[in-house]
Design a protein around this ligand. Structure first.
Ligand SMILES: [Zn+2]
Length: 279
């Protein structure tokens, strides 16, 4: 949800769409520098949280950050920026910062995973009392992005100091692009059983509901409106009826567009999901 006009405005936009949960950037997502949150911004945010009843509000980190970078300068900059992400989310009282784990940019997958684990371990030591938790997102595996196999997230959980503080975010478009076929109830059951075996349902803190513009295993990260891409309706029906996910916030990251008939596509996607939920 856009934070144009200030973080607190995102809650009002969410309320207007009938959202029960939202995801936000806590800062301009295309810049390294961010102004600190002011007391009045924090006060307005908590006021709007009470007013709208939206919870949880989940943070997503900015895409400039690469905790797997083999370039020391960029690596240190990323760690410092991720620390800011955590502290801003903490100030706002948000439970999770969702992050794409990182890109190894040619240094190799295991080396990249080691870098990410060292970075998050460092941040855990730097903030032993932080309540906000990192949620590692499953990725499409585009380029040298890590996190496209459940095993890679499991490896991170094995390497990170204080891994009990780390959660996972599952993105339907990303796992499909990475080769996990959830298009049928049987496929969904198999993939989620694999997720449970390798990572564990108890780690799953956030779900991103996105259809996919590209085919199974494309390794290309292109989100589409629910039911309009290669995933179709079935996986969303499965997720919405999965009894193990009743308490897990589910968030759309579909394109911010208007339909041919002038409807806000967020509203169209939400209506469709609510129909699937009650069917
Ligand atoms: Zn996502």
């Amino acid at each position: 949800m856009s934070i144009g006009g200030g973080v607190a405005k995102a809650l009002l936009r969410g309320r207007d769409l009938g959202c029960e949960t939202i995801q936000i950037f806590t800062r301009n997502s295309s810049r390294w520098q961010a102004k600190p949150l002011t007391d009045s911004q924090l006060a307005e945010f908590s006021k709007n949280r009470l007013l709208t009843g939206i919870r949880p509000v989940v943070a997503h980190d900015i895409y400039l950050i690469n905790l797997a970078s083999p370039d020391d300068k960029l690596y240190q900059r990323s760690i410092a920026a991720f620390w800011e992400e955590l502290t801003r989310a903490e100030q706002l009282g948000l439970p999770y910062v969702v992050t794409h784990p990182g890109s190894h940019v040619g240094s190799g997958e295991e080396e990249g995973l080691q870098r990410i684990a060292q970075a998050i371990s460092h941040l855990h030591r730097q903030g032993p009392d932080l309540k906000v938790q990192v949620a590692l997102e499953t990725t499409a595996g585009q380029g040298t992005n890590l996190g496209y196999r459940f095993e890679q997230l499991a490896r991170l959980l094995e390497l990170i100091e204080g891994a009990e503080r780390v959660k996972v975010c599952l993105d339907t478009c990303h796992i499909f692009a990475a080769g996990y076929d959830i298009r049928t109830p049987e496929g969904y059951a198999d993939v989620m059983a694999e997720f449970d075996r390798i990572i564990g349902y108890e780690r799953l803190a956030v779900v991103h509901l996105n259809d996919a513009k590209r085919e199974l295993g494309s390794r290309i990260d292109r989100h589409h409106h629910i039911g309009q891409g290669h995933l179709g309706i079935a996986p969303f029906e499965c997720l919405l009826h999965d009894p193990r996910l009743l308490q897990v916030p589910m968030i759309l990251e579909t394109p911010k567009e208007t339909s041919a008939s002038g409807e806000d596509m967020d509203m169209v996607n939400l209506d469709l999901l609510r129909q699937l939920k009650t069917n």
